[in-house]
Write a protein that binds this ligand. Structure first.
Ligand SMILES: [Fe+2]
Ligand SMILES: [Fe+2]
Length: 140
């Protein structure tokens, strides 16, 4: 899969879409570095950059959808925590021993998290945010 953001991934919620674009671009840079496989420092840095940005984005997203009537907010937050935990686990293992994390495992995780989360799970809160004045205000 390519890690390029496409119009069909748009939620219509401006800050969310801006952050998703950045997540796609960091993930794309990380995927390129993994495929190339030569620069372990770059892979390490992109993993940490991605974790930092993911955590910021999840916090922002939770602030927005919690202000709406979105009924699955708890399950969604749990998925966010799961992704964060997996990313931290990958980062720790990579730091200890880069060969302990296979590029296939990492690429597969990135693919799944982008395709299932951003294009699947995230889309479910969109109608609730759109119809909530408080949630739209939280989105700025
Ligand atoms: Fe998201
Ligand atoms: Fe999300």
């Amino acid at each position: 899969m390519s890690f390029l953001w496409k119009e069909e991934y748009a939620t219509g919620i401006l800050p969310v879409d801006m952050e998703h674009k950045v997540l796609f671009s960091i993930t794309g840079l990380l995927a390129d570095a993994i495929r190339d496989g030569t620069d372990q420092q770059a892979i390490h840095d992109f993993i940490n950059q991605l974790i930092e940005y993911i955590e910021r984005h999840f916090a922002r997203e939770e602030e927005i959808f919690s202000a709406s009537e979105y009924p699955d907010f708890e399950a969604h937050m749990k998925l966010h925590r799961d992704i964060e935990r997996t990313m931290h686990n990958i980062a720790e293992r990579y730091e200890t021993d880069p060969s302990a994390v296979s590029s296939k495992e990492l690429l597969r995780f990135l693919e799944v998290w982008l395709s299932q989360h951003i294009m699947g799970t995230d889309m479910k809160y969109v109608p609730f945010v759109m119809e909530s004045d408080a949630a739209r205000a939280a989105a700025g």
